[in-house]
Ligand binder design. Structure first.
Ligand code: ATP
Length: 136
C-alpha cells in the first residue's frame, strides 16, 4: 500500500488536476466520501458539490458537477462534467445563475419550470459561490 494517493481530475475539455495527495473528499451522488491511501476499490457517480484534496497541511478546492469517480490501487480518477478551481469561477455569473434558479423555484416565474433542472442549477451556483470564496 502506498502512503499517498495519485489524483487525476479531468473534464471533457481538459486535465484539471494531476497530483500526488494525502486525502481527498469527493461529492458522490449519494453524499460526500473521503478517500485515504488503502481505500477499497470503488466506482461512483458524482453529485454537485465541492471536491477537496489535501497535500500536507494545504487544502485545495474545486467546484464539480456530474460524472464519475473511480478509486483503485491508491489512484483516484475523477471524470467530471465540469470542474473549476476557485480562481476560475466567475462569481457574477454564478450569482446570476443563483438568482435565475431561485426565481424559477419560487413559483413567481411566468415560464414553464422544470423543477429538477432548476434545483440542479441552484446547487451548481451555490457550490461555485462557496468554492469561489476559498483561498486556494
Ligand atoms: P450558467 O447558467 O451560468 O451557464 P450552469 O450551471 O448552467 O451556469 P454549467 O452547464 O454547469 O453552467 O457549465 C457550463 C460550462 O461553463 C462549464 O464549462 C463550466 O465549467 C462553465 N461555468 C459555468 N458557470 C461558471 C462560472 N460561474 N464561472 C466559471 N465557469 C463557469
Amino acid at each position: 500500500m502506498a502512503d499517498r494517493l495519485t489524483l487525476e481530475i479531468a473534464t471533457p475539455m481538459r486535465l484539471v488536476v494531476a497530483e500526488t495527495v494525502d486525502e481527498i473528499v469527493i461529492p458522490g451522488s449519494q453524499g460526500y466520501f473521503g478517500v485515504l491511501p488503502g481505500h477499497a476499490p470503488f466506482l461512483t457517480t458524482l453529485g454537485i458539490g465541492e471536491l477537496t484534496y489535501r497535500i500536507g497541511r494545504d487544502e485545495y478546492y474545486l467546484a464539480v458537477s456530474g460524472g464519475f469517480a473511480e478509486v483503485r490501487d491508491d489512484k483516484v480518477i475523477v471524470l467530471a462534467d465540469c470542474a473549476e478551481r476557485p480562481d476560475e469561477i466567475d462569481r457574477a455569473r454564478a450569482e446570476r445563475a443563483r438568482e435565475r434558479a431561485e426565481r424559477r423555484l419560487s413559483g413567481r416565474s411566468d415560464e414553464e419550470v422544470d423543477y429538477s433542472r432548476a434545483t440542479a442549477a441552484l446547487a451548481r451556483a451555490l457550490t461555485r459561490l462557496q468554492t469561489a470564496g476559498r483561498s486556494h
